[in-house]
Ligand binder design. Structure first.
Ligand code: SF4
Length: 377
């Protein structure tokens, strides 16, 4: 039987406490509720047995929340359920998000034994005042300890999440963060700019908002990221993601290239057989549910037009852009037949350029990517 690629996202919605800028589906929870959740999550994973036949898993991402707040044993059991339910490729990428201060040597050893081969640390900044303002639970020293432990145990593929445009952050302090992190030589760095989201502690907090870097500084920080990381042999392969050669995050590339994925766990969303659907976001409803596949069966199938739009605006997040051949293969039309006007306009405005294989954003386009994306919708 010919197999098709499939990615798996596993959501662990628990955190020690809520960071002030966070609008992710995450919250503190006691041990017994976390255990009930994990039992239910395992049932959900196993319920995909039939439907996923003909697919093979190419990457797993355990995200959150803070998956590392769970006892290591749960991560092991969850992955056992995955491996006994799905067929997986040999060189599977298996990542877990970890917050500094929530792992010890024993937990990291369990992760390794369970099949995890990529760790993503949520650090954000090396500056203690900035970490404090963000409401992070850890210090830079906590991070160093966790990072060094992960290296000692043999993790050779580590990502570090960083953030720019943090209240009180200066170009100088951001530069220090970038240089300290590069000196540690992680394989991958994600560097996002803080966005103030509705419903977070930061939203509407005038004292905090008055300390945000200006828009010009925000732009300078974005440029600085590429400049400094470039000096340390990281290359940008997506708008906010940088890597050493060969360590691109395959799971995330799958999202941008529209590889089908199943999301399991509270609120997790999926793209499967051109349907997009999500789980309940209500914790008790998730625990009561046993009909996950109904979501798939009743889900809305994306129209061809929507699939094309996604192909373009997700693909353009990648620095290499989108290929003409990929578009033809998927939709049977030349991309120019469908998007003549937005392509022409974006090129004239200097936001996109044509390459030998297709189209991509220009450096100017990186700053105005949303302005480009809406032209295709
Ligand atoms: S650790 Fe991450 S998911 Fe948890 S509250 Fe902070 S930002 Fe949100």
């Amino acid at each position: 039987m010919r197999t098709k690629d499939l990615e798996l996202y596993i959501h662990i919605p628990f955190c020690v406490r809520k960071c002030h800028y966070c609008d992710f589906l995450s919250f503190p929870m006691d041990n017994s509720d976390m255990a009930s959740y994990c039992r239910q999550l395992i049932k959900e994973i196993e319920s995909w047995d039939i439907i996923s036949q003909g697919y093979r898993i190419t990457s797993i991402f355990i995200g959150g929340g803070t998956p590392s707040v769970l006892e290591g044993l749960w991560i092991e059991r969850i992955l056992e359920a995955v491996f006994s339910t799905f067929s997986c490729i040999d060189n599977l990428e298996c990542s877990i998000e970890v917050n500094p201060g929530t792992v010890d040597e024993n937990k990291l050893k369990v992760y390794k034994r369970a099949g995890i081969n990529r760790i993503s640390f949520g650090l954000q900044s090396t500056n203690s005042e900035e970490l404090n303002i963000l409401g992070r639970i850890h210090t830079y020293e906590d991070f160093l300890e966790s990072f060094n432990l992960a290296r000692k145990i043999g993790f050779e593929n580590i990502n570090i999440d960083l953030m720019s445009a943090i209240p009180t952050q200066t170009l100088q302090s951001y530069e220090t963060t970038l240089e300290r992190i590069c000196a540690l030589n992680p394989e991958h760095i994600s560097a996002y700019s803080l966005i103030i989201e509705e419903g977070t502690d930061f939203y509407g907090n005038k004292a905090v908002l008055s300390q945000l870097p200006s828009e010009d500084e925000d732009v300078e920080m974005y440029t600085l990221t590429n400049d400094i990381l470039g000096k340390f042999d990281y290359h940008r392969y997506e708008l906010s993601n940088y890597t050493k050669k060969g360590y691109e995050c395959r799971h995330n590339i799958g999202y941008w290239r529209r590889i089908p994925y199943l999301g399991v766990g509270l609120g997790a969303s999926s793209l499967f057989e051109e349907k997009r659907f999500s789980n309940d976001v209500d914790f008790s409803q998730y625990l009561d549910n046993s009909q996950w596949q109904n979501k798939f069966k009743k889900a809305y199938t994306l129209t061809r037009k929507e699939q094309m739009e996604e192909f373009v605006f997700l693909g353009l997040r990648m620095i290499e852009g989108i290929t003409k051949e990929g578009f033809v293969q998927k939709f049977g039309n030349q991309i120019e037949e469908i998007y003549e006007q937005p392509l022409k306009e974006s090129i004239e405005e200097g936001l996109m350029e044509e390459t030998k294989e297709g189209y991509r954003l220009t450096s100017k386009g990186y700053f105005l990517s949303n302005h480009v994306f809406v032209k295709f919708i």
